[in-house]
Design a protein around this ligand. Structure first.
Ligand SMILES: [Zn+2]
Length: 214
């Protein structure tokens, strides 16, 4: 049998709350009156959710679209395929991605178009906010599809981000954007570069490790 360690804190709250902290520890916050039995019952009832939360935090999200599910911002969303003889298109409706496909063979192609559209909307706005917050200025932003890297910044400070990054949680996306923005000052991976990244993204090591493991 496998045991899962966790930390319990008692607080002035009304129900038990589960959280995974940045060190990937399970934190259980309980109302002050919670008995051991209530706590155990709760943990047993939620063991699947706990393991899922922990795994998500540990592994990030692999880009692994299937016909049933794709991930967006680190969460899985359902995919529904609708056969069409018309234009191939996509639409997100009630947490479900509707894909209108002429042939299932086009699944991957249309999924990539979906991620690119999401990235164009989200990343362009987010990088602007982070640029203002950090005072790190870039020249242009482009969204492409890279299989083996998340982003790139050239010597003229043109930044390119892989739309695949949209599969990741928002804090991981922020790390990649801060990483590329920091390259506008240091066009290398020197100690000064990492110090600048750390200044704007104190948990960068966790995210860096997580992306490397995908
Ligand atoms: Zn870099």
């Amino acid at each position: 049998m496998k045991t899962i360690p966790y930390l319990v804190t008692y607080k002035d709250i009304r129900r038990i709350i589960l959280k995974i902290d940045n060190k990937n520890r399970i934190i259980v916050s309980c109302p002050i009156y919670t008995s051991d039995k209530m706590l155990n019952d709760f943990l047993y009832a939620n063991v699947d959710q706990i393991l899922q939360m922990k795994e998500r935090k540990q592994n990030g999200t692999k880009y692994n679209p299937t016909e049933g599910k794709v991930s967006l911002f680190g969460k899985e969303i359902n995919v529904q395929i609708i056969n069409t003889t018309g234009n191939e298109k996509f639409k997100v409706y009630n947490e479900t991605l509707m894909l209108h496909l002429r042939s299932k063979a086009n699944f991957e192609k249309v999924i990539k178009r979906f991620y690119k559209a999401e990235a164009k909307e989200y990343i362009s706005q987010r990088i602007e906010e982070l640029s203002k917050q950090t005072g790190l200025n870039y020249k242009s932003l482009d969204i492409k599809w890279f299989e083996s890297k998340w982003g790139h910044c050239d010597s003229l400070n043109n930044i390119v981000i892989s739309a695949k990054l949209m599969t990741q949680p928002k804090e991981v996306i922020d790390y990649v954007l801060i990483h590329e923005l920091s390259h506008t000052i240091h066009h290398n991976h020197s100690e000064q570069f990492w110090n600048l990244v750390a200044l704007h993204c104190p948990n960068y090591k966790d995210y860096k490790k997580l992306l490397k493991e995908l």
